[in-house]
Every structure is written in C-alpha cells, then in structure tokens.
Design a protein around this ligand. Sequence first.
Ligand code: AMP
Ligand code: ZN
Length: 491
Amino acid sequence: MVYNSLSGKKEVFEPLNPPFVGMYVCGPTVYSDVHLGNVRTFVSFDVIYRYLLHLGYKVRYVRNITDVGHLENDADEGEDKIGKKARLENLEPMEIAQRYANGFHEVLQQFNLLPPSIEPAATGHIVEQIAMAQKLLDNGLAYEVNGSVYFDVTKYNQNHHYGKLSKRNIEEMMESGRELAAQDEKRNPIDFALWKKASPVHIMRWPSPWGEGFPGWHLECSVMGQKYLGETFDIHGGGMDLKFPHHECEIAQSVGAYGKDPVRYWLHTNMLTVNGQKMSKSLGNSFLPHELFAGSHPLLDEAYSPMTVKFFMLQSHYSSTLDFSNEALKAARKGYKRMINGLRVIRKMTWQDDDGQPNEALQNQVEKQIAACTSAMNDDFNTALTIGQLFNLLKKINSLHSGQLKFGELGEDLFNRLKQTYMTFVEDILGLIEEKPAGFDELVEALMTLYREAKHAKDWPRVDEIRAALKENGVVVKDMKDKIDWAYDES
Ligand code: AMP
Ligand code: ZN
C-alpha cells in the first residue's frame, strides 16, 4: 500500500506497465549546499527505490538537477537563485551549479544512496521547455505578455481542478493573492510563469519565440518527467513543501498540454524540523552534513556519523515530521551499532547441525517476524516498523550466537531465511553499511590476537590493558563459553 497525496488515502500500488516503474523525484536547486532536511527527503526516496528494486520491479528513477528558473520568490519574482550567486561570486552560473551538484553527490554517497537512473538538468532541456510552453499557448491555456508566457490558471480551472493536489480552491487562492500583485503583468496573480523575459542584467538567458528569456521553475519537471517516463508515469515525489505551488503547477501544465494526469501516485515526505520548525536555509536553522560529521555546529553536543544520522531518519516514517535532537541521535547511534553488530554476526554464521530439536512455537514466531519485515515495508514503506521487526530477528541471531538457542530448534531452511532476511533488509533495502576507518580490521585483529594470548597466559593486567585499547577504538570484547569475539561498542 502506498499513501497517495492526490487521493489522500493508501492505495494498492499497481504500476502502469509492470514490471517497469517510472519514478521521478524533484532534485535540488544547486545554488547552495544541501542541508540535513534535504538529505532526509532523498534518503526516503532512496529506500523506496531500493525496496521497489527488491520487489523485482525494473525502476527508472529520474532525479533532476534544478540549475535554472528557480527564483528567490515562488511568485515568479526576484533573481534566479543560481544567477544571483554567480553574480555575487563573479563566476559562471554553470560553475555554481557544478560546484553544488558535486557537493550534493558527495553527500549522498556518504549516506550510501544509490545514484538515479537518469539525472537530467533543467538547462539541458530548454528546447523541450519552449516546446511545452508553445503547446500550452496553442491549447489556449497560456498567454504572452511582453516577452513572458504565463499559464492561465482561471481558464484551466474552468474544466479542471487547479488545487486538487494541495487541497485548495481557486477562489481562496485568488482572495489571498489579490493585494500582493497589484502592478503584476499577469492577468491574474495566481497565474504562473512558463517563460520569463530576461531583463538586461539577467545572466541566464536563451532565445525563444518570445525573445530572450528563461523557463519558469515548474516547467522543467513536467518536461523531463514526460521525456523520460512518458505522459503518465507511476511515482512522483518530493518534500511536502513542493506540493504547492510546484507540483500543483506541474499537474496543470501536463494536463493542459497532453490532456492526461501525469502521475499515478504522488508521494510527499515530511519535514525534518529543529525545535519544531522546518529546517531551512532561509530560517537559518539548517545544519550541513559535514557539520554533523565533525560536530561543529553550536546545536550539536558531539559528532555523529553518516550511518547514525541515516538510522535516526529511518526510525521515523517518511510522512511524519522528524525533530532533530542530540538525544535522538545518541539513541540512534546505539540502535545503529546494535543492528550492525547483528550484521557482523549473521554474515559469518552458517548452519550447524547441533542437537537442538525442532521447536514449533519458536519456528512460528520467527516465520511471523520474517513476514512482518515485508509487511512493514509494504505498508507505505514503513521503515520505522521494519527496524522494530529487524530487532526482533536480531534477538534470535544473538541467541544463536551465544548458544542459548540451538540451530536445530529453527531448522536449516528457516535459519537460512532468517539470515537472508536480516542481511537483505539491513544492507540492500535500508542501505545501512558498516562504518569503519581505514586499517580498522587489521588493528582489531592484531589486538584480538594479543588479547587471546594474554588470556591464555593468564596475564590479567595485560588483558585489561588490551581490553581498554580496544574500547578506545570503539570495540568491546565478547567472552563466550567456547569462543572470544568482538562487537562495536553500543554504549
Ligand atoms: P530544494 O533544493 O530547496 O528544492 O530542496 C530539495 C528537496 O528537499 C525538496 O524535495 C524539498 O522538499 C526537500 N526539503 C527541503 N527542506 C526540507 C526539510 N526540512 N525536511 C525534509 N525535506 C526538505
Ligand atoms: Zn520538480
């Protein structure tokens, strides 16, 4: 089941052309570093992408780069965000776009996100954007004024519902927008730009049938979605803040141009907040990922690693708000370490033919826990519930490891499915990986050898010394009945 923002309910997910799935996620406007709020949205869609792949769908995942047309103000006013930065730094706009696109990729790699199938840039699709604006003019749903082209919302709304995604109605919108735009060249303040005439100082400009100008922000996603995924495709996503005006305008443009609803399932992620307020660059409450990794922001008690931060995000459902706090991150670090310790253990564990007798009640319980991981993800990609179910499986893994639970109680087939489920969900679906510095394995192995030797020689002061050295490297020794192992420190 998938929660569709358009219908406002959970729906069974049925792709248009199975096994193919088209998914479009609005990418960043590359005029500044991505902050942790932006990362949350991309982490959420990465898990959705990974899960659809896991289910066997052939997903074409398009995530665009907005490198033109996003003005400072959503009402089509102000400077282009990238153009402004280029002017202030005396650089080419494409230098700005490249710098922040590179930074964006680096950050997503640190969080172990998969790259999209196609990452188109708005500036690479100017010709198509002009063509779509022209089509809307031809269809009588747009008008030209003084070298700019605007979408005629009132006209569109005569036959369609402008506001159906964001659950607004045009009368209210007209009411609230009236005063602001007295001297506007638009026929109506709620109309939006498809193409804007470039003023003499505007740097980013292209020739068009209406003179030199640049595309409106919403047009790129309609054009690139249609070009790479078709006139109607399966999933379109982004943060909640994009529902209006961005996605509402996209629907109007596509319906106006092609006469079809562009998207079957609209998915919107909720906001990462700080003290209850949306994290945003303009509010000045945003952290950059590298500030988190270094613990260098005044709101941070200490540094947190990428996987800790990712685990923190996955512990909530994508449609709930998630409030940042040091306490929550510290708890997430423990959870992440626990989960990765389980991964280390299960990876090495193989079936053993011990003297355990089949325990039907236990087998039923584990069967249910395995099935629950899938049900949780099938329930609108509920990563929070999934993590809870994985911790249930982890208890069994740890009991097998310590010898409390015998392999024979589970049976070989169930053991193998338990192992497969845990590994697949942690690594392939949630995309969590073991974080360790270079040379870590060698160091720990060397210390563990010394530890075993010291223990064998009953040199207890040396045992304590080595134990302390391991602890300093984030490792605790596990002395078990018949073996010695280590684990990441969960404290
Ligand atoms: P932008 O570059 O501002 O267009 O943002 C890129 C993506 O991040 C969009 O999908 C936004 O909706 C999303 N986003 C922005 N702020 C937040 C936040 N505080 N929490 C979650 N997602 C956000
Ligand atoms: Zn978009």
